[in-house]
Ligand binder design. Structure first.
Ligand SMILES: Cc1cc2nc3c(=O)[nH]c(=O)nc-3n(C[C@H](O)[C@H](O)[C@H](O)COP(=O)(O)OP(=O)(O)OC[C@H]3O[C@@H](n4cnc5c(N)ncnc54)[C@H](O)[C@@H]3O)c2cc1C
Length: 413
């Protein structure tokens, strides 16, 4: 097939999907990039750069770079707020999709943030990256009270530029795809069922919450009262390496990500005392090993996974664990507890696999591209963390490898 006649669909606009979209468009294909949320960049663009006095190779900047390249490419057509409804036929595939608007007019929104202060439902208004206009705001219709019998329109009334629309007509469309790249990523583990008080104690947060708080405030503050947190605990392997949950895998990125975050906090809050509860530290790559040696000198490392977290009368968090040195049950008190949550298969992997006449593997991830055990149907490719937990750099290289094979496939067909 001639490259300028090839039409490809990329599903998921995280760093893997953006990498594939840019590379395929660079080769000459017409790319339709489908993203179910109103935002681009997936999880990776929600992360902070962890550099202190030097780069610590966290990978966050790579995601920004991929996003900029994909949105600027004229061969990439972006569909945000879009779900794939059906995939039919065999190569070429016929894809049916349905798009919703973000309910906020990005050209009018001046980013003043008044809507966030007026909204009574936490999380109903979100901020992220849009296709062409950079940071912008969108409203989740599943949480917004306007869509529950028009019970609330406080944000629309308060918006000084009339950017909030609160009316939406879904738009359906179809396209022909000579090949499909699936990059629908992972779901972070929700630790509400663990005995750590997540969802009940505001100062127990996940690692993703910690990323957001650090971006908002620069320093780590206690969500309950906004005071800087002096004593911070990180609890590793929450939701991964957990046979009882049926998640025996290591999520690979959590040790590195949490230790880098701990050092970033210490560089901004000189008096912050950090304790790291872990099973064993997974250090991938030679650069990380020396970073880890350095981090150990400033962080209290305890090889134990806490059994419980209790809120005290003074609104502190008491972490109860079995001390490996004294062999006794021990309590330590913290201002904030960060749960390093594992990376799980994306919620709609099974639906996606069924649509593509494929199958998820026994853990729920989609098979790795090129898997002999569960080969993909002709013209279907996968990459990034939809195939298993992986870091940003690995998600990029897995997408690049899949694109290489996609190009060979398209050229031969
Ligand atoms: C707390 C935390 C800290 C981390 N820290 C680091 C770090 O320091 N360094 C590092 O290298 N990595 C880190 N990671 C891992 C990093 O986030 C991943 O490597 C990266 O996000 C993987 O990108 P992806 O594109 O495969 O998936 P995702 O980022 O999950 O993107 C998938 C995209 O697909 C979209 N999507 C899902 N389903 C559909 C559908 N049906 N239709 C259309 N779109 C869909 C999603 O909305 C999303 O935008 C961290 C992860 C977490 C949770």
């Amino acid at each position: 097939m001639n490259r300028d006649r090839a039409h490809v669909a990329v599903i998921g606009a995280g760093v893997a999907g953006l990498t594939a979209a840019d590379a395929l468009a660079g080769w000459g294909a017409h790319v339709s990039l489908f993203e179910k949320t109103p935002f681009l960049g997936g999880h990776a663009v929600q992360l902070n750069c962890k550099a202190t006095d030097a780069c610590v190779k966290c990978g966050a900047c790579m995601a920004e770079d991929k996003l900029r390249r994909a949105v600027r490419h004229p061969n990439v057509e972006i569909h945000t707020g879009t779900q794939i409804e059906a995939v039919s036929g065999r190569t070429p595939y016929q894809i049916s999709y349905c798009s919703h608007s973000p309910l906020v007019n990005a050209d009018r929104c001046n980013g003043c943030g008044i809507c966030f202060t007026k909204c009574p439902v936490p999380g109903a208004i979100m901020q992220g990256r849009a296709p062409r206009v950079g940071p912008y705001v969108a409203i989740r219709r599943d949480l917004c009270r306007f869509f529950d019998n028009a019970a609330c329109s406080l944000c629309r009334e308060a918006c000084p530029t009339g950017a909030i629309v609160l009316s939406d007509r879904a738009q359906s469309g179809t396209m022909r795809a000579d090949a499909i790249f699936v990059a629908t990523g992972f779901t972070p583990y929700n630790p509400s069922d663990k005995p750590y008080g997540y969802g009940r104690f505001p100062n127990v947060i996940t690692s993703l919450d910690a990323e957001r708080l650090l971006r908002e405030h620069t320093v780590m503050k206690r969500p309950s009262d906004g005071r800087p947190a002096g004593r911070i605990a990180f609890v590793q392997c929450v939701g991964s390496r957990d046979a009882q949950l049926g998640h025996p895998w290591c999520s690979k990125i959590c040790c590195g990500s949490s230790l880098r975050m701990a050092r970033l906090i210490q560089s901004r809050q000189k008096d912050a005392q950090i304790t790291f509860f872990y099973i064993d530290v997974q250090t991938f790559g030679k650069d990380f090993q020396s970073f880890y040696q350095n981090a150990r000198e400033n962080i209290s490392m305890i090889r134990a996974i806490p059994g419980d977290v209790v809120r005290t009368d003074a609104d502190e968090l008491e972490v109860i664990y079995f001390d490996p040195e004294t062999h006794a049950s021990t309590e330590s008190v913290f201002d904030v507890v960060v749960l390093s949550v594992g990376l799980l298969p994306a919620g709609d992997n099974e639906r996606m696999a069924r649509m593509l006449e494929w199958a998820a593997d026994e853990s729920g991830f989609l098979p790795r591209h090129g898997s002999d055990r569960q080969p993909a149907p002709a013209g279907i490719f996968s990459g990034g963390s939809v195939t298993g937990p992986m870091a940003i750099a690995d998600s990029i290289s897995s997408a690049e490898k899949a694109v290489f094979d996609m190009v060979r496939y398209l050229t031969a067909s």
